[in-house]
Design a protein around this ligand. Structure first.
Ligand code: SAM
Length: 382
C-alpha cells in the first residue's frame, strides 16, 4: 500500500522540484497578449495573469492549480472524469439549448462535455491562471462560440450581459475526506445567486460512509514502528501519528464490518451550516476479526440523470485520486461475527480555511472477547 499522511495529502498541489523544471521550459506557442485576450472576461480576482510559459515557481506556489500536472491527475482519474462525461453526454435531453455554469472549469473538460451535449451557452469560471490553458484548448476544439470563459472567483464575477440565471451548474467540488480543501461553499453561493429555481446541479448529492477495517501490518509499520527506531524509544510520537488521518487506498478485503452512512448532503437545499458531520454510528461485524481503524469514504450522485450515475470512492470500487481516509485508534477491538461497535463521528470544517478539518471518533465496544472504550481526536491541516 502507498498511504499518504494528511499533511502530504496536498498532492493536488505542486512540489518545488516540478515547478523549477517548468520554469525553464521554452514553449514554441505564441505568448499571451493580454490586450488581445478577448476570449476571457475578467472578474475581479487576485491570481496571477500570465501566459503559462511565463510562470515561475513563485507563481505556481501562489496559484498551485495553474499547473497542468494538477489537472492531469484529475483528468486521469477515469472513474471521476468518465462519470461526469456520462452524466453530461448521455443526457443531451437535459443539456440541449440550456445555459450551463461550469464552476472551477480547470482546463475546461466539463465545459467541452456540456457544449457537446448541446448546451447553447457554457459559462466557464476559473479563478486560477489555468484558464490560459482552457482558452487555448477551447479554441483548438472550436467551441469558443459556445463556451465563454470568465477569470475570477465565482463569488466575485457577474454573468455575461443578458444572462441572469443558469439552467445547470456543473462542478467537481469534492476534496479528500469530502471536505478537505473543498469548493462546496462556492457551489452553495453560486446556486443561491445564479441557478434558476428549477435548475440542476451536477452532481447534487453526496453521502459520507464509515467502515471498520483490519489493518495490523500497516498500523504496526506506521504507528508501532516508532517504539524502537534504531534501538531508540521514539514512542512519544505515536500519539501524534495516530491523530492524523491517512489518505490512502484500502484493500476491500480488509473491511470487516458493514458500511454505515454518516450523513447525506443535498446540494439543492443544503446551507453553509450543514457543512459538518455529527453522527452516531453502528458497525456490525461481517466476520470474526480485529478492528484496527475506521475508514471513511464518500459517494456522490447525479440524481438528475434518469439512469443511476454515481462516483463511489469506497474501498474496492476502483481507484480514484480521493482514495479513502483511515483513522487509527489505540489498541484494537476483537470483534465476533454480528457483534456491534457503536460510537459517534464528528467532522468540523474550518470555513475560513477548508484545509483545516477536526474530527472526533468516540466509541465503545462490549464484545464477548474484548471490551474497549475510546475517545479520539484527529485533524487534517494543510
Ligand atoms: C478540482 S479542480 C476541477 C477542474 C475541472 N473542473 C475538472 O474537473 O477537471 C477545481 C478547480 O476549481 C477552481 N476553483 C476553486 N475555487 C474556485 C472559485 N471559488 N471560483 C472559481 N474557481 C475556483 C480551482 O482553481 C481548480 O482549477
Amino acid at each position: 500500500m502507498n498511504r499518504l499522511s494528511s499533511q502530504s495529502a496536498e498532492n493536488k498541489s505542486l512540489d518545488q522540484e516540478s515547478t523549477k523544471k517548468i520554469a525553464s521550459f521554452e514553449p514554441k506557442e505564441e505568448k499571451m497578449n493580454t490586450k488581445e485576450n478577448h476570449q476571457i472576461t475578467n472578474g475581479s480576482h487576485d491570481a496571477v495573469k500570465l501566459a503559462p510559459e511565463d510562470m515561475t515557481s513563485k507563481d505556481y506556489y501562489l496559484d498551485s492549480t495553474a499547473h497542468f500536472a494538477v489537472h492531469e491527475e484529475l483528468l486521469k482519474d477515469e472513474i471521476r472524469t468518465k462519470t461526469f462525461r456520462n452524466a453530461i453526454i448521455n443526457n443531451r435531453h437535459l443539456f440541449k439549448d440550456k445555459v450551463v455554469l461550469d464552476i472551477g472549469c480547470g482546463v475546461g473538460i466539463f465545459s467541452l462535455f456540456a457544449a457537446k451535449a448541446g448546451a447553447k451557452l457554457v459559462i466557464a469560471v476559473e479563478k486560477s491562471n489555468v484558464i490560459e490553458y482552457a482558452k487555448r484548448i477551447i479554441r483548438a476544439n472550436r467551441y469558443d462560440k459556445v463556451i465563454k470563459l470568465i477569470r475570477g472567483k465565482i463569488e466575485d464575477i457577474e454573468l455575461p450581459d443578458g444572462i441572469e440565471k443558469v439552467d445547470i451548474i456543473i462542478a467537481e467540488w469534492m476534496g479528500y475526506c469530502l471536505f478537505y480543501d473543498s469548493m462546496i461553499q462556492s457551489i452553495i453561493y453560486a446556486r443561491d445567486k445564479f441557478l434558476k429555481p428549477d435548475g440542476l446541479i451536477f452532481p447534487d448529492r453526496a453521502t459520507m460512509y464509515m467502515v471498520g477495517i483490519e489493518d495490523r501490518d500497516y498500523k504496526e509499520d506506521k504507528v508501532e514502528w516508532w517504539s524502537s527506531v534504531y534501538g531508540y524509544n521514539m514512542g512519544c510520537l505515536k500519539n501524534y501519528v495516530m491523530r492524523e488521518p491517512l489518505v490512502d487506498t484500502v484493500d476491500k478485503r480488509q473491511i470487516c464490518t458493514d458500511h454505515f452512512p454518516l450523513k447525506t448532503f443535498d446540494l439543492k437545499t443544503m446551507t453553509i451550516d450543514d457543512i459538518s458531520i455529527d453522527s452516531k454510528f453502528r458497525l456490525r461485524a461481517l466476520r470474526d476479526d480485529y478492528v484496527h481503524a475506521f475508514v471513511t469514504y464518500f459517494v456522490v450522485e447525479f440524481t438528475a440523470c434518469p439512469q443511476r450515475t454515481v462516483i463511489s470512492t469506497a474501498p474496492g470500487a476502483g481507484y480514484t485520486h480521493w482514495k479513502q481516509t483511515v483513522f487509527y485508534f489505540p489498541d484494537c477491538a476483537t470483534i465476533k461475527f454480528d457483534e456491534v461497535l457503536e460510537g459517534k463521528f464528528t467532522c468540523k470544517v474550518n470555513l475560513e480555511n477548508t484545509k483545516k478539518l477536526n474530527f472526533n471518533i468516540d466509541f465503545q465496544f462490549d464484545g464477548e472477547i474484548s471490551t474497549l472504550q475510546s475517545k479520539n481526536q484527529y485533524f487534517m491541516k494543510g
